[in-house]
Design a protein around this ligand. Structure first.
Ligand code: GLU
Length: 331
C-alpha cells in the first residue's frame, strides 16, 4: 500500500497520485543516461535522450500526466498491435493465425535466423518484424493507403483524431531499412506474403511512422483494457476475442527479448517501440485494498534512451516501480 488512508477517488486522492507519479518520474529521469537513443533509423537519433514522460488514463476518467508529456513521437513497433488487430477484424482471427504464429522468439525483433528454424513454417508472432510485415501483406487493399485506411479509422475512433505520418521518419526508415527488405524478400520467397512486396513494406513503414502522444497510447491501452469497448462512447471498436489475443501477445512477446522478464517483474500486457514509447494495458483487477485504477487503465510511457533489447531504460523502471507499488500485475 502506498497511499495510506487517502481515498483515491477524491480530489485529494488524485493530487496524492499526481505527486506520487511526479516524484518517481523525476527520480527515474536521472537514470536515462544509462540508455541510448536508436540511430539505425537516422531520423530517430534527434530525440532527447533525457526525456521521460507518462500518461495514465483510468476507466473512471482519472488522468495522471507527468514529465515530458508534450512530445509527439513515431509509434514504431507499437503499431504492430494495431495492424494485427485490423488484419484479424478484416480476415478473421483463424485466417491470420494460420499465417502468423503466437510464440515468443527469444530473439531480437528483426532477427532473420528464427524465420528459418520455426516449424510449422510461419513467422513466430505478429509483434516481431517478420510477423508484422506478413500481417501488412494481409491487410485488405491494393495500395498502402487503402490498406491502412481501416487502421486510421480505428485510431480516429479511439483517439478522437486522425493520426498522421511523420514523413521524415517514414522516408528515413524506407531509405535505410535493408534488414526489413531482407526479411521481406525471405518472406516473399517462402510464399508468406499476400501482397506485392513493395506495397507490403510501404504499408509497414507507414504504420511504424504514425505520430502519437502519450495520451494517445494511454487511450489505446484503455480501450484494450476495456475489452475493445471505448469507455466514453460504449462502442465496441475491437471484438473482445481479438482484443484478448492482442493482449496475450503483448504479455508474451511485446517487450522484445525481455518479454519474459517484463511479464515476471511488471506483469501487464505491454508493447514497446524503438522510438522509446511503451503502450501498457492494465485490465480491471480484484484487490481487497484501496489501490489506484482498480477498474483498469491505459498507460503511455515515452523515454527514448533504450536498453540493449530496444526498450526504454527509464520507462521500464518507472513502469515496474508503479506496477509493484499499485499492485497492477495480472497475477
Ligand atoms: N520500424 C521499426 C523497424 O522495423 C520498428 C522497430 C521497433 O520499434 O521495434 O525496424
Amino acid at each position: 500500500m502506498v497511499q495510506g488512508s487517502v481515498n483515491l477517488n477524491t480530489e485529494r486522492g488524485k493530487e496524492w497520485l499526481q505527486d506520487y507519479v511526479d516524484n518517481w518520474v523525476n527520480f527515474y529521469q536521472k537514470q536515462t543516461d544509462e540508455g541510448k537513443v536508436a540511430s539505425y533509423i537516422p531520423s530517430l537519433e534527434h530525440a532527447d535522450p533525457n526525456a521521460l514522460g507518462i500518461s495514465i488514463i483510468g476507466k473512471n476518467g482519472t488522468i495522471i500526466r507527468s514529465g515530458d508529456t508534450n512530445v509527439e513521437f513515431s509509434i514504431q513497433s507499437i503499431s504492430k498491435v494495431l495492424s494485427f488487430i485490423v488484419a484479424c477484424m478484416e480476415r478473421g482471427l483463424t485466417y491470420v493465425l494460420q499465417r502468423v504464429d503466437v510464440e515468443p522468439t527469444g530473439e531480437s525483433f528483426n532477427s532473420i535466423m528464427h524465420l528459418e528454424i520455426n516449424q510449422p513454417k510461419k513467422p513466430f508472432n505478429p509483434l516481431v518484424n517478420s510477423g508484422a510485415i506478413t500481417v501488412s501483406s494481409l491487410l485488405e487493399g491494393r495500395t498502402s493507403d487503402q490498406k491502412l485506411e481501416p487502421l486510421y479509422q480505428l485510431l480516429e475512433k479511439i483517439l478522437g483524431h486522425r493520426p498522421e505520418i511523420d514523413v521524415d521518419v517514414y522516408v528515413s526508415e524506407r531509405d535505410t531499412s535493408m534488414r526489413n527488405r531482407a526479411i521481406g524478400y525471405y518472406l516473399l520467397e517462402e510464399g508468406y506474403l499476400e501482397s506485392d512486396l513493395s506495397i507490403t513494406l510501404e504499408t509497414y513503414f507507414k504504420h511504424c511512422s504514425l505520430n502519437v502522444t502519450l495520451d494517445d497510447l494511454a487511450m489505446i491501452g484503455l480501450v484494450l483494457s476495456n475489452d475493445g469497448v471505448h469507455p466514453n462512447t460504449d462502442e465496441t471498436l475491437i471484438p473482445k476475442q481479438i482484443a484478448r489475443v492482442a493482449k496475450s501477445l503483448m504479455l508474451t512477446c511485446g517487450m522484445y527479448d525481455a518479454s519474459g522478464k517484463f511479464a515476471s517483474y511488471v506483469g501487464i500486457p505491454a508493447k514497446s517501440g524503438v522510438s522509446g514509447g511503451i503502450l501498457a494495458v492494465v485490465p480491471p483487477r480484484v484487490r481487497n485494498q484501496n489501490l489506484p485504477f482498480l477498474e483498469g487503465c491505459g498507460i503511455g510511457v515515452f523515454g527514448p534512451a533504450l536498453d540493449k533489447q530496444g526498450n526504454s531504460t527509464a520507462g521500464i523502471k518507472l513502469l515496474r516501480h508503479i506496477a509493484n507499488q499499485w499492485d497492477l500485475s495480472l497475477f
